[in-house]
Design a protein. Structure first.
Ligand code: ACO
Length: 332
């Protein structure tokens, strides 16, 4: 293929999409059985009705299922993949990296491997990284987002655990002479006030080397109000900046696929951008917040419903721990 060297023609083709949502469904009523909470509280504050749990199984098992789905959908063999990228904030091991576990399971014998840790912004950031690799000479990238938040959530903390579920999504990416624009940003935080973090014993974000106990179990902690305030500004800022780079008006985006953190955050961001919710895809009611996996799961649903049409412009926009945030616009 002839690649025209300007930004609007150095885009990506999504050649295949897959996802995996574990079968175990947990309703708000189920959680109210063990926590002081209710369906009314959770649904009215977050838009979540159910989420799915991976039942204590390792995260990479979901990544592998989603990866197989994307390869099948792309109708290519794993041996054709020359890079496997996984984004996850809930890896099963510090090493080997999750991408190597996926590579081995699917048989991507000719691939290099890379893990990205960007929390919930990982799918957006990973698209940007993958696109760079495609234009540095790699031809087919298997990019997986897989998150097992239930391995890390504190099920005694009603303010956090009700939000999260587990899932994975994957795409096969190739170069394409199509529009692409990205705006990736971060707002660093101090370890004394990290806003959204895993607590290691009594130390906040302690380096792993300071912990010698076998009993360390990371637990996700968050200042919900601060995250909320950050998100409702960060998502519109990133979406606007990506549109500017693409030379597009917000009204020229066919569909926004936002991070599925909280329906009120999504609605507030949409309002601030002046776009109707008919232009925003959400599935948070069914799956809750599955961090970086939210967006490719949305994409797979759209694909399976026949809603992705050639030439459509999609804007992925998200935020996460870090605090990271960003938006990527692609043309289908
Ligand atoms: N059920 C019942 N009551 C609850 C629950 C619950 N599940 N959780 C908290 N409450 C109580 C609190 O204890 C508090 O009670 P109090 O007034 O007696 O102290 C009251 O409800 C209000 O709590 P708030 O924290 O003020 O509730 P708020 O309206 O802010 O909603 C929420 C909390 C839903 C977490 C909201 O702040 C939010 O969505 N924030 C953003 C979270 C988010 O998007 N995180 C992204 C994580 S993404 C990533 O990178 C992993």
């Amino acid at each position: 293929m002839k690649i025209v060297m300007n930004d609007n023609n150095r885009g990506i083709k999504i050649a295949g999409i897959g996802s995996f949502v574990p079968p175990l469904t947990v309703t708000n009523e189920d959680l109210a059985g063990t926590l002081d909470t209710s369906d009314e509280w959770i649904y009215s504050r977050t838009g979540i009705k159910t989420r799915h749990y991976n039942g204590g199984k390792p995260n990479y098992t979901m990544a592998v299922e989603a990866a197989r789905g994307a390869l099948e959908n792309a109708n290519i063999s794993a041996a054709e993949i020359d890079y496997v990228i996984v984004t996850t904030s809930t890896p099963d091991f510090l090493y080997p990296i999750t991408a190597c576990l996926v590579q081995n399971a699917v048989g991507a014998v000719n691939a290099a491997c890379l893990d990205i840790s960007m929390a919930c912004t990982g799918f957006v950031g990973g698209l940007d990284v993958a696109r760079g690799l495609l234009y540095s000479g790699y031809n087919k990238i298997l990019f997986v987002a897989s998150e097992c938040l239930t391995l890390h959530a504190d099920f005694k903390d009603r303010a956090t655990c009700v939000l999260f579920g587990d899932s994975a999504g994957a795409v096969v990416l190739e170069r394409a002479g199509k529009l692409f624009a990205s705006c990736m940003k971060a707002k660093g935080v101090s370890p004394e006030a990290p806003v959204l973090y895993y607590k290691m014993n009594n130390m906040i974000n302690a380096p792993f080397c300071e912990n010698n106990s076998d009993s360390i179990l990371p637990r996700l902690q968050m200042d919900g109000k601060e995250v909320y305030k950050f998100a409702v500004d960060a998502m519109p800022e990133a979406a606007k900046a990506a549109c500017e780079k693409a030379g597009l008006g917000l009204d020229e985006i066919d569909l926004f696929i936002p991070h599925q953190a909280n329906i009120r955050i999504v609605q507030t961001a949409a309002k601030s951008l002046g776009i109707g919710m008919d232009k925003v895809y959400t599935n948070i009611e069914k799956y809750g917040n599955t961090s970086s996996a939210c967006m490719p799961v949305c994409l797979d649903e759209l694909n399976k419903a026949g809603r992705l049409k050639e030439g459509m412009k999609l804007c992925f926009v998200g935020f996460g721990a870090g605090l990271t945030y960003g938006a990527v616009i692609i043309e289908i």
